[in-house]
Design a protein around this ligand. Structure first.
Ligand SMILES: [Zn+2]
Length: 42
């Protein structure tokens, strides 16, 4: 099982690229500022 890779790579938010911040340096609304996309979209 590659749980680490899944957590870090596969679910990294595409909107903020895993930073948790959007282009305006505000909290990314797509991942709620955590940098991890849990919406299930690839
Ligand atoms: Zn995000």
């Amino acid at each position: 099982m590659d749980e680490h890779e899944l957590t870090i790579t596969r679910y990294r938010c595409c909107t903020c690229n895993g930073t948790g911040l959007d282009d305006d340096r505000n909290r990314c609304l797509d991942c709620d500022g955590i940098g991890i996309d849990n919406h299930g979209a690839p």
